[in-house]
Design a protein around this ligand. Structure first.
Ligand code: AMP
Length: 143
């Protein structure tokens, strides 16, 4: 399965923010959309960073309440690993496992077209495995 197929089954629109948005504003958006990460876009709508709930926890642990007034650009991860619609589910699983993160933006010609979370990966991987099991059972039953 490729990422383009997974994106088609997802709700359109990716939650984004700007480098000068505050951490409090970002926390509010994450909470209201019940999501775990937000992508930070630059002037040309390119991905310049990502902030996940883990980054916010780290900032609060390091700076206390002052973390809330800090800016996205002060707490975001800048080297964002992205994928394309052509990447496979297996490749994404490997990238997430090796990189120890749970979100990967999908880009096309430098523009953001979606995001894949660990939840999407688990859902579609489980569906793939179930299909394989059903096919195997059919094969065994028919000898
Ligand atoms: P997560 O597991 O996605 O909540 O993120 C764990 C850490 O990895 C946080 O510091 C994120 O900013 C960072 N992170 C999340 N996704 C990516 C990504 N695609 N590329 C690089 N870093 C990421």
């Amino acid at each position: 399965m490729i990422i383009g197929q997974i994106l088609k089954s997802k709700e359109r629109g990716v939650m984004t923010a700007r480098p000068d948005d505050s951490i409090q504003e970002i926390a509010l958006r994450l909470a209201s959309r019940k999501i775990g990460a937000i992508l930070i876009l630059g002037d040309t709508e390119n991905v310049v960073g990502i902030i996940s709930e883990r980054d916010i926890i780290r900032l609060v642990a390091e700076h206390g309440a002052a973390a809330l007034t800090m800016l996205a650009k002060e707490g975001m991860t800048r080297d964002v690993v992205c994928c394309t619609r052509e990447c496979t589910l297996d490749e994404i699983m490997e990238t997430m496992t090796k990189g120890r993160f749970r979100h990967i933006p999908v880009v096309e010609n430098g523009a953001l077209v979606g995001i894949i979370s660990i939840g999407d990966v688990v859902k579609h991987h489980t569906a793939e495995v179930e299909l394989e099991v059903t096919a195997m059972r059919g094969y065994l039953a028919t000898g």
